[in-house]
Design a protein around this ligand. Sequence first.
Ligand code: PEP
Ligand code: MN
Length: 260
Amino acid sequence: MKDKKILTGKQIIVEVGDLKIGGDHPPVFIAGPCSVESREQIMATAKALKSIGVTILRGGVFKPRTSPYDFQGLEIEGLKYLREAGDSIGVPIVTELMDEKNLDIMLEYTDIIQVGSRNMYNYPLLKTLGSVDKPILLKRGMSATIKEWILAAEYLAAYGNTNIILCERGIRSFDNYTRNMLDLAAVPIMQKETGLPIIVDPSHGTGVKSLITPMSKASLACGADGLMVEVHPNPEEALSDGPQSFTFDEYKEFFNECKR
Ligand code: PEP
Ligand code: MN
C-alpha cells in the first residue's frame, strides 16, 4: 500500500482539445484577468490577448478572497462571459472551482478546472475531480511541501484523472519583499517525480510586476511547460490583484521577451 502510486514519473501529455501540453510541446501562455469583472472587460482582454498571442484564456469567477468583504467574483454569470470570450478568440478557458456544488455548471462551460492554492489540501474536492473527464490545473498549496503536492496530484490520479497540469505559484516564506517565494526548483523536481506538465504563475509567485518577465524567462529556462500571468485592461481599477496585473502593452512586451 505504502509504495502504491500511479504518477511514477512516466511522461504524461495533457490534451485540451487539439492542444497538447508537456514533453516537447511548445510552452503554453495562459493569460487573463485575476477576476472576470464584466462582459466588456473579459471580451476586451480576450481580443487584446489574441492579437498579441495567447494559448489559454484565464479568469476567476468564483474567487477565493482572504476577506469576505472583497469582491467574490461574478460566479455563473462570469463563467458564461469567460466561455463567450474564449470562443470569440478560439482558445480554451481555465477557471477555478471552489465548491463542488458548482461542478456541473463548470463541466458544461470550462475546458480546464483550476484547483487553487487554498484548495490543494481539499481532499474531498480532489476525489471528486479525480472522477471527472476534464483536465485539472492543480496549483501548489501556499505552504505545501513537494511531497504534499505530489500526493495531492496522486489523489486526482487515484480517483481516475491523470489529466493534470501542475502550477507552481510560490510558497510563503519569512520574507515579505515579494508576495510569495517562487520555487523554480519545483519545476524539474515535479516533472521528474510525477511525469506531469508543470507551468509557472509568476504573477502570484512574486506579486511584483517588474519580476514577472525575468522569472518567466527563468521558468522557461528550467523547463516549464507554460506560464500563467494576470492581465487587465486597467490594472488600477481591477477588483482583485491589480498591482500584479499587466496592461495589454506590458503583456505584449512580456510575450515578446518570453518568445525570444
Ligand atoms: C488565481 O490564480 O486566481 C488564484 C487565486 O491563485 P492562487 O490559488 O495561486 O492564490
Ligand atoms: Mn489573482
